[in-house]
Design a binder for this molecule. Sequence first.
Ligand code: MN
Length: 234
Amino acid sequence: MITIGINANFDTEKQRINMPNDYITAIIRAGALPVLLPLTDREDVWRAMVDNVDGMVFPGGEDIHPEEYGQEVHPKCADIVPERDKQELFTYRYLLSRKKPFLAICRGLQLVNVAHGGNLIQDIPSQFETDIEHQSREAAAHEVQVVPGTLLHQLMRQNKVNVNSRHHQNIQDLGEGLKANAYAPDGLIEGLEFENGYPGLAFQWHPENLSETQPEMQRLFDWLVAEASKAKTP
Ligand code: MN
């Protein structure tokens, strides 16, 4: 069975890892085994994580420390876990060197952008004027325009999709080699992929919460497992 690693959240207060179960079920529905990757400071274990999975999901979570993209900490930038930033940036870069596929969701998209030299809007309500509520509990918070000709468009098979939205940060400047594949109506970038066709997709929304009822969202996880399978047996 194909194995997909997911970086678990770490609750510093309770000293426990935790993971929203929708990530787990979306991967299992795609036919793969999800494996939770714990937080550790051991670089040899970070390498082993990547070596032992066929693909990865970089999930939602805390804000990335702005020092990773050369900015001072904005007062609304919250819950930073620098150890997690270091581990995920390392495993992300090592994953690319091993040419394994990934999905990056919410914080994950922000991580990918930062890893490629991009930067972030640290707090949308205080730094970007918009009529759209990007911190919403609704299943359909706003629509996104899917850019024709992109890998995302091939999987969505439509120009507009409704998405949920639970983020207060966003991409500001795109990292090198990345291109936007989805935009919110206010112009914010809601999705990323690679100019060179590398098998990685990133979204600002949470497809794992929608994949049970919206087939196009499940196709993202199906795509990841299919790519992981290809990478395993070339
Ligand atoms: Mn949004």
